[in-house]
Write a protein that binds this ligand. Structure first.
Ligand SMILES: Cc1ncc(C[n+]2csc(CCOP(=O)(O)OP(=O)(O)O)c2C)c(N)n1
Length: 509
């Protein structure tokens, strides 16, 4: 894909999301945008205003947006041109005026090389900008670039956040910068900020639908479950979705997708799904209508396919046979070494307790565990899925809720937060139990590309990273009642004992 295509896609997306005015200052790097916006103006799809001084351009855009009460885009070339938008950005932030600051850039590999008119301009507006969206002609496609524009304009509009202001859209263009423009494409994203639980956005046309619930708060999880049950839709719920309950929840959905995904026509997403590749491919399909339900100002759409973002939706009830087929296909096929640990801990956690998952294999095992009849409240740091701070997070959750809390995590994840095992003597401490799936190293990597036999020679040292630590000895030294168990029977016994630190030995793989 080329810079010319990216320039055209950006302008098409601006038009599609409702931007009516674009202010442009001339330059070379921004040429793909200049040509595309000139065509859009000639076609009466936008009003174009050209100013030679970027500071003038910025304030002109500010005036247009202030009085028009709609997001306005202002386009500059790379280098100091960008910095000239700073005064207007500062004013726009303070007075809540929606501006999209489109700053053309050179490819990132040129920053710091002495190449002409290159500065490190990402984040140039500092605290004035509500956010930065970055695009490059060297990665992504027209759908991805349009999705970036939709995010930038929605964020600037304050539609979902209630906080309008300036957003930087930094776009790297690699040569060639000019050429014949592709045909204009209408790319529409509906953002329904006015919808909500009492006034959902109504989708009338029938489509074979699944409700997909990623990591979410208990409230959002309950909404996902309620929508699935009301409409008899299969519910594909990750362990920390707080929706993995009830008869619509398909426990082994990740595996069932292999059979039934081709028939899905609409996905309604709640929360932040991150756990499995079958879900990522579902969310990337262009023959699936992707509806995102969110109460946040940003929304998950890694495949750049969302067509509707709303705070709540109403969808038609599904044909009887659809849910039935998912339920009949809901049979787990795989059984990895950590599976029994996830199954037992999930089934033992009562409804008035918290269950906190570490990242890596264990939460993916729980993603195949049977649906618990009365599940606990579930938490996980899935924002960026780090293996750091998991015990400490669980301590915070236990303290905030006052409920008994179990944290289930891998051995490296546990060791990463060794400082979090220390119980401060003068501080309140929650009712907390730690359960470690101990396979002495990172098993997740065995299932990824680096687990292939050709990397065997390097695997243990740079991916597996076994530490050989006696976790029970360390935990005991820190005052925990720690035990090691070797199998399911031992785990069941330990979970009904007083032990607050349970290490389960499992083979890696
Ligand atoms: C802070 C941080 N560092 C590194 C990673 C990369 N990473 C992901 S999983 C993993 C290994 C986790 O091992 P373990 O906790 O034993 O779980 P297992 O893979 O065995 O299930 C690492 C290093 C990360 N996600 N977060």
């Amino acid at each position: 894909m080329s810079s010319i295509e990216m320039g055209a896609a950006i302008v098409d997306a601006l038009v599609g999301v409702g931007v009516r005015d674009v202010v442009l200052a001339p330059g070379s790097r921004s040429a793909p945008l200049a040509l595309a916006v000139d065509r859009a103006a000639a076609d009466h799809r936008v009003r174009l205003h050209v100013r030679i001084d970027e500071r003038v351009a910025g304030f002109t855009a500010l005036g247009l947006a202030k009085a028009g009460q709609q997001p306005v885009a202002v386009v500059t070339t790379s280098g100091t041109a960008v910095a000239n938008l700073a005064p207007a950005a500062m004013e726009a932030r303070a007075s809540g005026v929606p501006l999209v600051l489109i700053t053309a850039d050179r490819p990132a590999h040129l920053v710091g090389t002495g190449a002409n008119q290159v500065a490190d301009q990402v984040g140039a507006f500092g605290a004035s900008a509500l956010g930065v969206v970055r695009l490059s002609s060297e990665s992504g496609d027209a759908a991805a670039w349009a999705a970036g524009v939709h995010r930038a304009v929605t964020l600037a509009s304050g539609k979902l956040s209630g906080e309008p202001g300036p957003v930087q859209l930094n776009v790297e263009f690699a040569p060639p910068l000019v050429g014949p423009l592709p045909a204009a494409v209408q790319r529409v994203l509906d953002v329904h900020a006015e919808s909500g639980p009492t006034q959902p956005h109504v989708l009338e046309h029938p489509a074979r639908t699944v409700v997909l619930a990623g990591d979410a708060t208990p409230q959002v999880g309950a909404e996902a479950r309620a929508l699935a049950e009301l409409t008899r839709s299969p519910l594909l719920a990750e362990p920390s979705s707080n929706a993995r309950a009830g008869e619509c929840a398909i426990a082994a959905y990740r595996e069932v997708l292999a059979e039934l995904a081709p028939e899905i026509e609409r996905v309604v997403v709640f929360g932040h799904p991150t756990l499995s590749r079958p879900v990522v491919s579902l969310l990337s399909r262009d023959d699936v209508e992707l509806v995102v339900v969110t109460d946040r100002a940003t929304w998950p759409d890694p495949g750049h396919r969302a067509t509707l973002v709303a705070r709540a939706v109403e969808i038609p009830t599904q044909d009887d046979g659809w849910l039935d087929r998912w339920q009949r296909a809901d049979v787990r096929r795989s059984n990895g070494p950590q599976q029994f640990i996830a199954d037992e801990v999930v089934s033992c956690a009562g409804p008035d307790t918290n269950l906190v998952f570490g990242s890596s294999s264990i939460i993916r095992a729980a993603d195949l565990s049977p649906v618990a009849p009365r599940p606990p409240l579930v938490y996980a740091n899935r924002g960026v899925a780090g293996i750091d701070g998991t015990v400490s997070t669980a301590v915070g959750i236990g303290l905030a809720t006052g409920r008994p809390t179990t944290v289930l995590l891998g051995d490296l994840t546990a060791q990463h937060d060794l400082g979090g095992w220390v119980k401060p003597t003068l501080e309140p401490w929650p009712d907390l139990r730690v359960v470690v799936a101990d396979d002495d190293g990172g098993s997740i990597f065995h299932g990824l590309e680096q687990g292939a036999p050709e990397f065997d020679g390097s695997f243990e040292r740079v991916f597996g990273t076994p530490q050989g630590l006696d976790l029970v000895a360390v935990a005991s030294a820190l005052g925990w009642t720690a035990v090691r168990v070797q199998d399911r029977g031992g785990l069941v016994k330990a979970l009904s004992s007083d032990a607050d630190f349970v290490v389960v030995s499992v083979p890696r793989g």
